[in-house]
Design a protein. Structure first.
Length: 354
């Protein structure tokens, strides 16, 4: 809980506008209300205004400070339709098909974020991942400096010996089933960037496997080894302040006593705060085990590599989870040097001295 409290504090200093396409969903209504009450910014609910008000009244949730937009009645509908036609012209999308897409709140919300009418996007509380991700990938697209869109879960466990005082970043847990070497490298880099932004500390990134430094041989292990080397090279080229190591078993990544026996010289082993899984099976299973068996607080999926901040929340999320994800998405839209001015200045000084 301490982690989300610090995220909320950061966002209170730099409030943002977040769009929630599921305007009548009870958990979203409650989270939007808390978002405004905590002075995190302006929540925007999409949907029929009468239905949103009716759902809020049933929950006894105030809509003060909450903006409501019905895509069907919005003055932006036609411009959004034309913009979507341009984006999808290669696929032959136009006219009625484009208009129907923009009447879908997820598409309308994605267009709002793409055109900077909102700073971030949070959806998925009562919808499948595909219905959330599809409009984002079609409209927002991958960021110019990235080549891979993926996702990250942020989990906080009670035992503060693990991760960064109990906080672990785990990826990819929701997008790419079988990442290749380049994709796995990009997932590691993007997750490290998110960890650095949210924590303000040096990410220690472990690329996981069932082997530690060649204790077994298999093509999947070679992929992790290659991705680790590529991530180290890319981080140096980007001046990304982070450590990467792999391939590591998860106990070697997290437990200092085991790391001391296996990899005493590693800057990551035993101290990892970012865990990169070799495939989606491992990532999804691992994050859900930690969430349900260890009773970890889980926030995600935070989408990585997109040009604008967005998240696909789990259908099992409660209102607090949605609020936590919204706060993280809001903070994603704040530049690192604004969020951590002292650390950014120190990094600049060190760079000039070198």
């Amino acid at each position: 809980m301490h982690f989300i409290a610090t995220i909320i504090e950061k966002l209170q200093r730099h409030p943002k506008r977040l769009v929630f396409p599921e305007g009548t969903e009870p958990r979203v209504l409650q989270a939007a209300r808390q978002f405004y009450s905590l002075r995190l910014g302006a929540p925007i609910l999409l949907g029929d205004r009468a239905k949103i008000k009716e759902a809020a009244a049933q929950l006894n949730v105030s809509l003060e400070g909450v903006r409501m937009i019905n895509p069907e009645q919005s003055e932006d509908l036609e411009p959004f339709v034309r913009r979507y036609e341009l984006l999808r012209r290669v696929k032959g999308v136009q006219g009625k098909e484009a208009r129907e897409a923009m009447l879908n709140p997820n598409y309308f919300g994605a267009m709002m974020v793409a055109l900077h009418q909102a700073d971030g996007f949070v959806s998925g509380a009562n919808q499948s991942s595909g219905s959330v991700l599809r409009p984002l990938f079609q409209i927002v697209k991958v960021a110019p400096e990235a080549t891979t869109a993926s996702s990250c879960m942020v989990l906080e466990v009670e035992d503060t010996r693990f991760g960064q005082e109990g906080v672990l970043f785990m990826a990819d847990c929701g997008v790419i089933p079988e990442p290749n070497v380049e994709q796995l490298c990009d997932i590691a880099i993007s997750t490290a960037q998110l960890a650095r932004l949210l924590l303000g500390t040096r990410p220690r990134v472990a690329l996981l496997s069932y082997s530690t430094k060649g204790s077994a041989t298999h093509p999947s292990i070679g992929k992790v080894q290659a991705a680790t080397g590529l991530a180290q090279q890319k981080a140096r080229a980007m001046n990304l302040d982070a450590d990467f190591d792999g391939e590591l078993q998860v106990d070697a990544a997290l437990v200092p006593e085991i790391a001391a026996r296996k990899l005493p010289a590693s800057p990551v082993a035993g101290r990892a705060n970012v865990l990169i899984f070799p495939d989606l099976n491992a990532g999804n299973i691992g994050s859900k085990l930690l969430q349900h068996v260890a009773k970890a607080h889980a926030y995600g999926q935070i989408l990585l590599g997109l040009d604008r901040p967005a998240a696909d929340v789990s259908r099992g999320s409660n209102a607090h989870d949605v609020l936590g994800v919204a706060a993280i998405v809001g903070v994603q839209s704040i530049r690192y040097d604004v969020l951590h001015p002292e650390m950014a200045q120190a990094a600049y000084k060190n760079k000039t001295i070198e």
